[in-house]
Design a protein around this ligand. Sequence first.
Ligand code: GLU
Length: 266
Amino acid sequence: MDRVKKLSQKKRIVIKVGSSTLSFSNGRINLQRIESLATVLTKIHQDNVEVILVTSGAVAVGGGILGIDKKPHNLSEKQALAAIGQAELIRIYQKFFKEYDQVVAQVLLTKDGILNPVRRENACNTLNSLLNMNILPIINENDTVSTRGVEFGNNYILSTSVAVLINADLLIMLSDIEGLYSEDLKKIINATFIPTVTEISPGLEKSARGSKNSFGTGGMTTKLDAVKICFEAGIDTILTNGKEPEIIYDIIKGKEIGTYFISSKT
Ligand code: GLU
């Protein structure tokens, strides 16, 4: 089945946006980008596609508020920044979504909430109720109580867990890279772009390397780990650069943007 047809059938989409997309390299929040994201997601959501946003940025926003431009190494300090930043992050999202009368809801998840069957069912029911009420859930990890690095570790795995939990049919990962390349683009400038992937071979995994920026987490290996979970669950994934959120319109129209990971179990 061709890409246009496949993508036009996606009706429940999880969009994962990372700190590097939401903030400048000095850690300051990129309000214009969040505004564009809110505009695009509202339009898609109002056009009968259910949208669930998984957002990072709590630590980055908290750092920005306190004027700290590097993520602290100390876990509790990171969690403190997340607690400061999460409230502001949601306030910013709410402000932009409100311009279109799109109601949003904050959902903070932890790994045990996903693994424990009772809590998992509750989380799933709540998310489904929100979607039935036409509300756009905005999800992040509950960083205050999470033991970072032991639980989700980063929002790539959180976004896949959410996609699986609510039976989404597409996960779009907005990152600071155009998609998957044959080599690490930061080291090999003529690395070739890979538009479509149907299998994560050991060779592909070996060549996938990424580097971290000051607030973002997760290189290409993490992204591929997330894709593997989606593959198993029959969920397609698109990895692309989030610097222009408007490309999401083109993605769901099936234009060749980013790397399209097609699950054979779809
Ligand atoms: N939950 C973290 C935050 O909002 C993000 C984790 C990640 O970078 O993926 O800052």
